[in-house]
Design a protein around this ligand. Structure first.
Ligand code: ADP
Ligand code: MG
Length: 268
């Protein structure tokens, strides 16, 4: 089974330049298949089209051409099947400070999607499910976090709450757009390890969006290198890193000096 498939997906934006309009292909004929329990890294510099792909998956944009399939069915934008789709694909954003509401407790952030996607839950069941989510993202002891507000949490703890919230609807796919790039270097590895554990233990398909080849290699099965909206190189993570075919991949590898050293830094 394939949880997520893109077939020749194109996204064009129209840009105004004075009296003329120009088309910009933010995503150009991108195709890939994501299987359950696998991680694909989408790697590219700023402006290469990574977030546009995330927006297409979140239905914030629609493709200009091509097809997106979830669980082997074409994406639907309206009606009850659209709701099923939105449940299946969940997102973790870059900025854990902006993605949580400062006025709401951790418990509220998690109870809301649980109630929405599992309307039959009783109050007690809901409270149990909130605790269970907190344990799944290793916020321990879970009871201590329920009543806290975002400002009482560290960046890493906030990102764990954001991940717990993404897990609430029981998705098959997690899209993580630069999930650790705003966190302190010292806590990045912990959050990436959590995503890896969830992918493995819960059979999630993970699309890991990053500009960092070192973590892409460590945390994914497959790497796709995106350059100006196009996939210019793809393959098993080690092959792409150890034997890059495309000039741009080599440039990216050089920009992240030495993957082993970078990982050693992260682990410190
Ligand atoms: P990345 O996430 O890799 O940094 P983006 O997907 O955000 O890249 O952007 C890809 C390209 O599309 C960039 O050139 C960007 O300027 C352009 N772009 C993104 N969103 C829009 C938009 N809403 N309107 C016009 N151009 C856009
Ligand atoms: Mg981006």
């Amino acid at each position: 089974m394939t949880v997520l498939e893109l077939r020749d997906v194109v996204k064009e934006y129209k840009l105004r330049e004075g009296l003329r309009t120009r088309k910009l292909r933010a995503v150009d004929q991108v195709s890939f298949r994501l299987e359950p329990g696998r991680t694909i890294a989408l790697v590219g510099q700023s402006g290469s089209g990574k977030s546009t792909i995330a927006k297409l998956l979140m239905q914030l944009e629609r493709p200009t051409a091509g097809e997106i399939l979830v669980n082997d069915k074409p994406m639907v934008y309206r009606g009850s099947r659209a709701a099923t789709y939105r449940k299946a694909v969940q997102m973790v954003f870059q900025d854990p400070f902006a993605s949580l509401n400062p006025y709401h407790t951790v418990g509220h952030h998690l109870a809301r999607p649980l109630r929405l996607h599992h309307p039959g839950l009783s109050r007690e069941q809901l409270a149990d499910r909130v605790l269970e989510l907190l344990r799944r993202v290793r916020l321990d002891p879970a009871e201590d976090f329920v009543q806290r507000k975002p400002h009482e949490l560290s960046g890493g703890q906030r990102q764990r709450v954001a991940i717990a919230r993404a897990l609430a609807p029981s998705p098959g796919i997690l899209v993580a757009d630069e999930p650790v790039s705003m966190l302190d270097v010292s806590i990045r590895l912990g959050v990436l390890n959590l995503l890896a554990t969830l992918q493995r233990e819960e059979n999630l398909g993970v699309l890991y969006i990053t500009h960092d080849l070192a973590t892409a290699r460590h945390f994914s099965d497959e790497i796709m290198v995106l350059y100006r909206g196009e996939v210019v190189e793809r393959g098993p993570a080690d092959d792409v890193i150890l034997n890059p075919q495309h000039e741009y991949t080599r440039l990216l590898a050089d920009a992240a000096p030495d993957p082993e050293r970078r990982l050693a830094e992260l682990k410190r």
